[in-house]
Design a protein around this ligand. Structure first.
Ligand code: DGI
Ligand code: FE
Ligand code: FE
Ligand code: FE
Length: 187
């Protein structure tokens, strides 16, 4: 599937601003993949479909989590965490992508996980630092992304955990697992 075909399949599922975000994530993911020697074709497709399920109704996402292999503990956390796992499932079902590396990087793009693959890291980081993002601490993460994938992702998980704690929000275990694994890897 080429870039234009994939973007055309994605477009009806997103609002314009989310589509524009996705194009910037794709461009950023391609830069990171090129810089760090990660498969650019996989990075391109994973980036294009990473937010595929973002606008599915909550009841539909809940149904997919309840009725499939997806982890049930997601239901006890913020629904913002559902679109990655549900997206991976629907991209396989509806778009027909079967590459497990691509599907996993979509699944884990919001939280990360232990032992993230290089592709997971590219998608996670590209989503975080695409040029349209404006949250506190973003410049530090952008600089870290120039040093290494591990350092960039570590800084991003650290920033996310700090942000969530400052808002007294619960933190999904995979987010901690990613932070812990990256803390060891970055040195
Ligand atoms: O879908 P995007 O907006 O492009 O980005 P995303 O999939 O990374 O979602 C970001 C949101 O998810 C952001 O509001 C922070 C939140 N988030 C990330 N990790 C966790 C989390 N929220 C909770 N409650 N727990 C987490 O571990
Ligand atoms: Fe997302
Ligand atoms: Fe993200
Ligand atoms: Fe995104």
């Amino acid at each position: 599937m080429d870039q234009n075909e994939a973007l055309a399949l994605l477009k009806p599922h997103l609002k314009q601003e989310r589509y524009d975000h996705t194009v910037r994530v794709m461009e950023t993911a391609l830069e990171l993949a090129n810089r760090y020697g990660v498969d650019e074709k996989k990075a391109e497709l994973a980036a294009i479909f990473h937010d595929y399920a973002k606008y599915r109704p909550l009841e539909e996402m809940k149904k997919w989590i309840t009725s499939t292999y997806l982890p049930k503990d997601l239901l006890h956390y913020h629904h913002e965490l559902w679109h990655g796992p549900v997206g991976a499932l629907l991209v396989e079902k509806e778009i027909g992508i079967t590459d497990v590396e691509i599907l996993d990087s979509i699944h884990y793009h919001t939280t990360g996980r232990t032992h993230m693959t290089q592709l997971d890291k590219v998608i996670f980081l590209a989503d975080y630092i695409e040029p349209g993002r404006k949250f506190p601490g973003i410049d530090e993460v952008r600089e870290a992304a120039q040093v290494s994938l591990d350092y960039g992702c570590w800084m991003a998980t650290k920033n996310t955990i700090g942000f969530l704690m400052s808002k007294n929000q619960p933190i999904y275990p995979d987010t901690f697992y990613a932070y812990n694994a990256l803390t060891k890897a970055k040195n």
